[in-house]
Structure formats: C-alpha cells, structure tokens
Design a binder for this molecule. Structure first.
Ligand SMILES: Cc1cc2nc3c(=O)[nH]c(=O)nc-3n(C[C@H](O)[C@H](O)[C@H](O)COP(=O)(O)O)c2cc1C
Length: 208
C-alpha cells in the first residue's frame, strides 16, 4: 500500500500528469495521493488540456481525471505547512511531472520556494524515491548540470521522451507507454502491453 506525492509544474506535458493520476487513482496498491500544482502548472494545464485546475476543491480532481477520488488530496502550492512538507509524514515516492527547468533548478540548489520544492527537498533529505520528469528543448549547460547534480544524489531523472519502438498509433499510445515507465519507477504495478521483449519475440509475432 503506497502513498505517492505528485507535483505538477509549468513545463509542457501536463497530459502525462493527467494520465499518471488516472492510473494511480485506479491502482489498488495506492491508498493516498498528495497533489500539488504550481501557479505556472495551473497555467500550462489550462493551455494544454483546456481545463481549470486552480484551487484545491474536489472539482480540480474531477477536471483532471474525469471523476471524484477520495484518494487524491490537493494541497495549495503556497502551503509550506502541509503534511508533505515534513519528513515525519511518510510519502513512499514523489514524482514531479512535468518538471520545469525552474523547479528543477530550485530543487538542485536546495531552494524551497513552494510546496513542490519543499516536498522534493524532504524526499531527498529522508532518502526516499524522487522522480523528476523534466521537459525542455534544447537544454543548456545549467539545465544539464542541475540534472547531473540531482542524478548524483540518487534522484531519478526520467525525461518526457516518448518512444516509438512499440509502434504507437495515437498520442494516447505515446502517453500511456511513458506513463507505464513512471509507474515502474514508482513501484506501482500495471498491465503494460507494450514491454519490449527482444527482437526475436517481435519477429515471431510478425510471422503469425
Ligand atoms: C505554455 C507554456 C509552456 C511552457 N513549457 C515549458 C517547458 O516545457 N519547460 C520549462 O522548463 N518551462 C516551460 N514553461 C515556462 C515555465 O512555466 C516557467 O519557467 C515557470 O516559471 C515555471 O514555474 P514552476 O516551476 O513554479 O511551475 C512554459 C510556460 C508556458 C506558459
């Protein structure tokens, strides 16, 4: 039974957060999801998904995953006194998806300007799994240095890079495949139908 923290920041790729939350909500392994969305995250979600996720009321969860969820608790990004801001609160893993270069830089330098940064800082100090899904292109040296710094501390850098070896036909196929990788990192079981099983297996399937 897991308690997962999800941060959504103002990088492109809010569809990944939407898909991940839907999976976490459905998973019998997950009992609680603490969700924080930065101000820029609210803006980008609105630009990309056309929904309004400002505030913390149940409507925000409904907007994101289409249904109510008693597992998902939304915290204001400014609430640095929330449960997840303390190491005494047990969160089994945290993922920031998507993660802006700005939030990545704050986390890499220990600057906890909001609850997303503070919760990430807590995960690092408590030696708990922290997964960042950065999205930017191209990347300059400071972005790369920040990622290296975090990777050396054991933070998992899982860039939002879709793959094509599973022959995706739709955007949903791309998003679903990447979300399965995130669930793997979070240690949450799922039924992925597109795991790579080697080219020999692929050829066998093609011959059928
Ligand atoms: C539509 C839109 C898309 C953006 N995409 C990205 C992006 O892919 N990566 C990134 O680092 N910043 C991106 N930004 C800029 C960030 O939102 C901005 O740096 C913001 O200050 C990040 O704040 P936060 O880390 O508190 O969410 C985007 C902004 C907008 C409005």
């Amino acid at each position: 039974m897991k308690s997962i923290t999800v941060g959504i920041t103002g990088a492109s790729g809010s569809i990944y957060a939407q898909k991940l939350l839907a999976h976490l909500h459905k998973s019998p392994d997950v009992t609680r999801i603490d969700l924080v969305i930065t101000k820029a995250g609210v803006r980008v979600v609105n630009e990309e998904l056309g929904i309004n996720v400002a505030g913390t009321e149940p409507r925000v969860v409904r907007e994101l995953i289409g249904i109510d969820s008693d597992k998902i608790l939304v915290h204001p990004a400014a609430d640095i006194g929330a449960s997840i801001a303390s190491g005494s609160y047990i969160s089994d893993a945290m993922v920031i998806v998507p993660c802006s270069m700005s939030s990545l830089a704050c986390i890499a330098t220990g600057i906890a300007r909001d609850l997303v940064h503070r919760a990430a800082d807590v995960m690092m100090k408590e030696n708990r799994p922290l997964i960042l899904v950065p999205r930017e292109t191209p990347l300059h040296a400071i972005h790369l240095e920040n990622m290296l710094k975090l990777a050396k501390m054991g933070v998992r850098i899982v860039p939002a890079m879709p793959s094509f070896y599973h022959f995706p036909q739709t955007i949903d196929d791309l998003v679903e495949h990447f979300t399965h990788r995130l669930l793997d990192h979070l240690g949450v079981a799922h039924e992925q139908k597109t795991r790579w099983e080697g080219s020999a297996k692929k050829m066998m399937n093609a011959e059928r």
